[in-house]
Ligand binder design. Structure first.
Ligand code: HH2
Length: 271
């Protein structure tokens, strides 16, 4: 591996096989269109395709495991021979089914599946979330969001390492039980998470904080928690801007819906 390859941040392409995801919900619901979309993400330069069968947007209703497995397994099976596939799930059974189908990374927004990753010999993403998707945006509260998220991730990573997980990624979980101010504090101090010494993944793409920053900057105003965000399809520039910020702070992987633009920006940052 050359020095240049070492510093090129990776892009994880988002593939939601769900009817209700906040940005691409309903677009890739049947296996054929999901697989075609996955191949498109690969052609655009995704190093990992993150397949999810349950939305975790604020207020989302949980999906049962058999339904989640039915959604994701055919898609994982078709994509795993051509690209590294991660399974975006909170459920042990779904993670196991996806790994049997070829996934090699468990993207765990509940940060609870490290034993599964250890047993199956896969990589594991530990993401921080306060509460659960159903209620997490009702009143997120921290004394010191950066310290609390860093401590949580450090502790989970230590448990996973003790259990034998060899590849551990840390993700501060932007938008998961966090206000815009919490998200921006975490971004400003992302170096604190990077300093833990494990590779950092960030998922900022098209999130509401970006929508609020866009809306406020369009009107020349200071963004607040009550600024109405621009629609999800209008959040490309902000997604790239904050992704670039995260890369310059040391993030090793960016989770993105707009993979081509994210890959181009990563190459420019690395250059
Ligand atoms: N964000 C979402 C889902 N999974 N995984 C990680 N590691 N980090 C994230 O920030 C993250 C994630 C939410 O985005 P999306 O998948 O586009 O929407 P939905 O949860 O509605 O399916």
């Amino acid at each position: 591996m050359t020095g240049e390859e070492r510093v090129l941040p990776l892009v994880m392409g988002v593939l939601n096989v769900t009817p209700d995801s906040f940005s691409d919900g309903g677009r890739w619901c049947d296996p054929d269109s999901a697989i075609a979309r996955g191949l498109e993400l690969v052609a655009e330069g995704a190093s990992v395709v993150d397949v999810g069968g349950e939305s975790t947007r604020p207020g989302a209703r949980p999906v049962d495991a058999p339904e989640e497995i039915r959604r994701v397994v055919p898609v994982v099976e078709a994509l795993a021979p051509v690209v590294r596939v991660s399974i975006d799930t909170r459920k042990d059974e779904v993670a196991r089914a996806a790994v049997r189908a070829g996934a090699t990374l468990i993207n765990d927004v509940s940060a609870s599946l490290w034993r599964t990753a250890a047993e199956l010999g896969t990589g594991w993403v530990a993401m921080h979330m306060q509460g659960s998707p159903e209620t997490m945006q009702e009143a997120p509260t921290y004394t010191d969001v950066v310290a609390e998220v860093a401590t949580f991730l450090e502790q989970r990573a230590a448990m996973a390492a003790r259990a034998g997980v060899e590849e551990i990624w840390l993700d501060p979980g932007f938008g998961f039980g966090k206000t815009m101010v919490h998200n921006l504090s975490l971004l400003r101090h992302l170096d604190r998470i990077v300093a833990i010494g494990l590779p950092v993944l960030v998922g900022l793409s098209r999130k509401a904080t970006i929508g609020r920053l866009h809306a406020a900057s369009d009107r020349g105003e200071v963004p607040t928690e009550s600024t109405a965000p621009v629609p999800t399809d209008d959040r490309l520039e902000g997604s790239i801007a904050l992704g670039v910020w995260a890369m310059t702070q040391g993030a090793r992987m960016i989770r993105a819906h707009d993979v081509l633009a994210a890959v181009h920006s990563a190459k420019v940052v690395a250059a």
